[in-house]
Design a protein around this ligand. Structure first.
Ligand SMILES: *[C@@H]1O[C@H](CO)[C@@H](O)[C@H](O)[C@H]1NC(C)=O
Ligand SMILES: *[C@@H]1O[C@H](CO)[C@@H](O)[C@H](O)[C@H]1NC(C)=O
Length: 391
């Protein structure tokens, strides 16, 4: 607490006593609300400490056969993701059953394979675009340009019944979900290892193969068509699992027990609709024997500062029914570590920028009241070191 108050004193431009008092008051308000469990607090404690996982997606020359069997030669070269964990992260118990996935791409499709260990494979829904997570399911969330807006959600059950939808924005920011959105040329197949909907025996699990055409993402990616070398997309996988009982040879959900959510890259909170938390895919045409590291999110600390301001603004809005128009009103210094931060009120809310310069690279992150995040990295021309003074 003391360090937070000391932090308040360092606010540039707050030398006037009134502003300083305001800053301290705002900080105490923020502290009080964080004790009550604010969104900013959730961000700081549960989300920000999680580093999104990365996965290098390799290009294949021959199309993957979508038959539910993961026996294509190309899959052999694709690494499994780490085993899925609880959506809230490693602090929660490990999932009861193992889940892993793989990705590949060619010039037409993004390919996804998943392996779900499951002693009791069951599924009831048969209508496309049903609410698939009422059954146990496998889910994919994709934000091609990583701006947290216009992302797609895809769910499939062990009967090969799927649900595809597009969100203009996360539900927290007003959505809506566009259920009429369809993926043209979608290919899916499921293979059950065991018996579907038969409770009297024990199963091994099910595998899924999905081919998502690049054409489905043309409007929401940085450009239409397949990704360019090194391009990054944001994606997360999730698996929903229900507690069940087996009676009369059939499966029944245990009433009033919420579902389990097991994910690839943990979100920190029980909400998949936090695209800023999703994993990072990096596409390459280089062969599998050429090791590649997923490039880190540029100036992530600056981005994280903006997300903290975004969540602090949501807390502010709940109390004041409007957005804070200045950083001071929010109790925020305009310099956080190495980053310069500026907030501007706009017609629809606000826009906040954070700038970080590392060497000759300057990255500017921007966030809006509706969470839309964007970044731009420029190469700055640095003066050449020289013994003679510039003329
Ligand atoms: C699975 O669903 C897809 C539609 O996504 C369909 O084309 C395919 O034939 C189905 N496969 C099986 C085995 O039912
Ligand atoms: C992926 O979703 C899982 C569940 O969302 C979550 O735990 C994880 O944090 C997410 N990862 C990312 C990178 O969002």
């Amino acid at each position: 607490m003391i360090s937070l108050f000391a932090f308040g004193f360092r606010v540039p431009g707050s030398s006037k006593p009134t502003r300083l008092t305001l800053t301290l008051l705002t900080f105490s308000a923020l502290l009080t609300s964080s004790l009550r469990g604010s969104e900013r607090d959730d961000w700081r404690q549960k989300m920000q400490p999680i580093t999104p996982l990365g996965y290098v997606v390799r290009h294949v020359a021959t199309a993957v056969k979508i038959d539910g069997k993961l026996d294509d030669a190309a899959w052999g070269d694709a690494p499994w993701t780490s085993d899925f964990v609880d959506i809230e992260g490693n602090a929660k118990p490990k999932p009861r059953f193992r889940t892993r996935a793989k990705l590949l791409w060619d010039d037409t499709y993004l390919y996804i394979a998943a392996d779900l260990a499951e002693p009791h494979v069951w599924a009831t829904l048969t209508e496309h675009d049903s609410v698939i997570f009422r059954d146990p399911d496998f889910e994919v969330f994709i934000d091609p340009d990583g701006d947290t807006h216009a992302y797609s959600e895809f769910e499939i059950n062990a009967r090969n019944t799927s649900w595809d939808l597009l969100l203009d924005k996360p539900y927290q920011d007003g959505g809506p979900a566009r259920n009429e959105w369809e993926i043209p040329e979608l290919k899916t197949a499921v293979r059950v290892f065991g018996t579907l909907n038969k409770a009297s025996d024990t199963d091994q699990g099910w595998t899924v193969e999905i081919a998502l055409p690049w054409s489905a993402f043309a409007e929401h990616a940085r450009h239409p068509g397949p990704p360019t070398e090194g391009e990054q997309w944001r994606l997360n996988f999730s698996r929903v699992e229900w507690q069940i009982t087996t009676s009369d040879g059939t499966y029944q959900k245990v009433p009033d027990v919420p579902e389990d959510n097991w994910v690839w890259s943990p979100q920190g909170v029980i909400d998949m609709h936090r695209p800023e938390m999703w994993g990072v895919l990096q596409f390459t045409r280089l062969p599998a024997n050429r090791p590649i590291a997923v490039a880190p999110i540029p100036a992530k600390a600056a981005r994280d500062t903006l997300l903290e301001i975004y969540y602090a603004q949501r807390d502010f809005f709940k109390t004041h029914e409007r957005w804070a128009a200045t950083l001071e009103e929010l109790g925020w210094p305009s310099r956080v570590g190495a980053d310069r931060v500026a907030l501007t009120a706009t017609e629809n809310g606000y826009e906040c920028r954070a700038v970080r310069q590392i060497g000759d690279q300057r990255t500017t992150w921007t966030i809006r009241q509706d969470r839309r995040l964007s970044s731009e990295t420029e190469l700055m021309r640095l003066p050449l070191p020289s013994a003679t003074p510039a003329r």
